[in-house]
Design a binder for this molecule. Structure first.
Ligand code: G3H
Ligand code: 13P
Ligand code: ZN
Length: 316
C-alpha cells in the first residue's frame, strides 16, 4: 500500500487507548532499524523528517529510502510526516514533495499569528489531502533547528486548554501538539520528572475525540546512557520522560508520541562500544550494523510501551 496519512491511525489510537510512535529519520540505518521493528511488531508507523534531516540527507535520498520501506512492507500503514515545519513555504514544499502529514510549528508566535499561519498551512494541505499537526504552548530544549524555552520557563509556557479549543476551531488542524512539561533532547528534567497531566486531561475534556501529540517523549534509556558514559561519552545528567508517564498519556488523548533522542542515543552507544572494544575497526558496516540492531531493539520495546504492537491491520 502507498504512504497513508494519520487519520485512521489516530482514530484507532484514540478509541483503543494507545499511541502511534513517530520516529525521526536521518539516514538509511536509522530508517531500517525502525521499519524492521514496526514490521516485526505489526505496528502502524510515522516516519518523521525534520528540517535538519532534509538539510543533512536531502529529501530525495530520504524519500527513496522511505519508498523502499513502504514497498517492502505493504501490511504496515506508514505515514511520512514533516517534523517542526516553521514556515508556510517549508510546509508547502513538503506537501508538494508527497508528505502525507505536515507539522506547522508556529508556537513561538503570538496566539493570533500562530492561528493565522497554521490556518494558511491547513488550507493548502487539506486542498492536497494532507493532514496538519499544529502546536500551542512551548516545549523546552534545543535541537539543531528547533529552539525551545529554558527549563525554568516551562511551566509558564504550558498549553492553555481554553486557548486550545479556540485554536483548533479556528485553524481546523487535524492534531495538536501540547506543551505538558516535556523538552526536546536528552536533558528534560533537572530533578524528579514531572508532566502536567492535568493540562492533557483538560484539553482532552474540552476537545473530545481530538488527537493530541506529545513531543520530547524520549525516555533516555539507562542501557544507552550507561554505555555512552562507559565508553568515553559525557552525558551523566541526561534524563528523559519515564515510560509509565508515556503510557499514561497514551491512554488519555495522546495519539502520537515523538521519539528522536532515544534513537540518537542507541546509535551513539553502539558505535562508541564498537570503537572502544575494537579500536582497529574501520569498516563502517561493523559499527553502523550494530547501531541499526540497537535501534531496532529499542523500537521493538517502544512499540510495546506505546501499545501499538499488532495494531497495523486495524489502521489500514
Ligand atoms: O524536534 C526535534 C527533533 O529531535 C529533530 O531534531 O532538528 O536536530 O533534526 P533536528
Ligand atoms: P525527543 O528529543 O524527546 O526524542 O523528542 C523528539 C521530538 O519531539 C521530535 O519532534
Ligand atoms: Zn518535537
Amino acid at each position: 500500500m502507498p504512504l497513508v496519512d494519520t487519520k485512521k491511525m489516530f482514530e484507532m489510537a484514540y478509541k483503543n487507548g494507545y499511541a502511534v510512535g513517530a520516529f525521526n529519520v536521518n539516514n538509511m540505518e536509522i530508517t531500517q532499524g525502525i521499519i524492521e521493528a514496526a514490521a516485526e511488531k505489526k505496528a502502524p508507523l510515522i516516519l518523521q523528517i525534520s528540517r535538519g534531516a532534509r538539510k543533512y540527507a536531502s529529501m530525495s535520498y530520504l524519500r527513496a529510502i522511505i519508498d523502499v520501506a513502504v514497498a517492502e512492507n505493504p501490511d504496515i500503514p506508514i505515514a511520512m510526516h514533516l517534523d517542526h515545519g516553521d514556515t508556510f513555504e517549508v510546509c508547502k514544499q513538503c506537501v508538494d514533495d508527497g508528505f502525507t502529514s505536515v507539522m506547522i510549528d508556529a508556537s513561538h508566535l503570538p496566539f493570533e499569528e500562530n492561528i493565522k499561519l497554521t490556518k494558511k498551512v491547513v488550507e493548502y494541505a487539506h486542498w492536497n489531502n494532507v493532514v496538519v499537526e499544529a502546536e500551542l504552548g512551548q516545549l523546552g530544549g534545543i535541537e539543531e533547528d528547533v529552539v525551545g524555552v529554558s527549563h525554568d520557563d516551562l511551566e509558564s509556557h504550558l498549553t492553555d486548554p481554553d486557548q486550545a479549543v479556540e485554536f483548533v476551531q479556528k485553524t481546523e488542524c487535524d492534531s495538536l501538539a501540547v506543551a505538558c512539561g516535556t523538552s526536546h533532547g536528552a536533558y528534560k528534567f533537572k530533578s524528579e520528572p514531572k508532566l502536567a497531566f492535568d493540562v492533557i486531561q483538560k484539553v482532552a475534556d474540552k476537545l473530545p475525540g481530538f488527537p493530541l501529540v506529545m513531543h520530547g517523549s524520549s525516555s533516555v534509556l539507562k542501557e544507552f546512557k550507561d554505555l555512552i558514559n562507559k565508553y568515553g561519552g559525557q552525558m551523566p545528567d541526561a534524563m528523559g520522560v519515564p515510560e509509565d508517564a508515556i503510557q499514561k498519556a497514551s491512554k488519555m488523548a495522546v495519539c502520537k508520541v515523538n521519539i528522536d533522542t532515544d534513537l540518537r542515543m542507541a546509535m551513539t552507544a553502539k558505535i562508541r562500544q564498537v570503537f572502544a572494544e575494537s579500536p582497529a575497526e574501520f569498516d563502517p558496516r561493523k559499527y553502523l550494523g550494530p547501531a541499526r540492531e540497537a535501534i531496532k531493539a529499542m523500537v521493538l520495546h517502544k512499540l510495546d510501551v506505546l501499545g501499538c504492537a499488532d495494531r497495523a491491520a486495524q489502521c489500514l
